[in-house]
Ligand binder design. Sequence first.
Ligand SMILES: *[C@@H]1O[C@H](CO)[C@@H](O)[C@H](O)[C@H]1NC(C)=O
Length: 258
Amino acid sequence: MAPVALALILGWWLVAVIRAQHLPRPSLWLHPSQGVSVGDNVTLRCHLPWPVAWVWLYQEGGWTYSKSKDKQQDAAEFSFISTSREHAGTYRCQYREPESAKISEQSDPVQLVLTDHSFPPPGISLRPEERVGTGTNVTIHLWNKGFEATFLLHKDGCSAPVQHQDSSWGGAANFTVFGVAPADAGTYWCSYRPWHYPHLSSPLGDSVMLEVTPTPAPPGAKELSHANLVIALVRGLVAVLVFGLGVFFVIDARSLWR
Ligand SMILES: *[C@@H]1O[C@H](CO)[C@@H](O)[C@H](O)[C@H]1NC(C)=O
């Protein structure tokens, strides 16, 4: 009997140790996930692996929020009603297990970026302006009113920014698309994030449209003109033949008439 009891105790102890050491990390999600402006509502939802006692939400270098959990829910929600600039930042969540009172590791960080309409929208221009053939180098020039900032380039149909770049001098940046392809065609917008407020974004500025005309590949073009030449030659031969026959018949008819 003693070995069985010992095995049971050992087994229980092992399970407890493993569970305490491997508390699954919670995961943190934003709702809505993007496009939140200062003044909008936003919810940070911490997803939990099992019912827990306490949940904490940390803002990096800022506030800590906590919540006791008595209901059997698999997520804890922290809602900001009418966000302000101070709510923008990096967040993580963490929980405490009721039985072991163990504290989990923190979730992966989540960035709450708020669009602040008090920042002037950026300017945007395209060089060359007119529609371009494939293979052309195109530059998109962006500027704001002198803020040192990270510029983000957005394209229609892409949820995430397609490129980002720190302003080089004053508040401007250039994105160059080397050798444009038809897939680069589309509408582009820009926003920027001032270095002093990395979690605040300017609104999107005006858009520019990049039009790309496919230039035919040289070997294909050669083949095409070659085929055209052959067709033109055959047509010419047929025309000469028909004309010759016509002349022959006219001469023949005249001789008959005489
Ligand atoms: C595009 O830029 C690259 C790198 O600067 C250069 O080598 C290339 O000649 C340019 N192409 C055209 C069509 O201007």
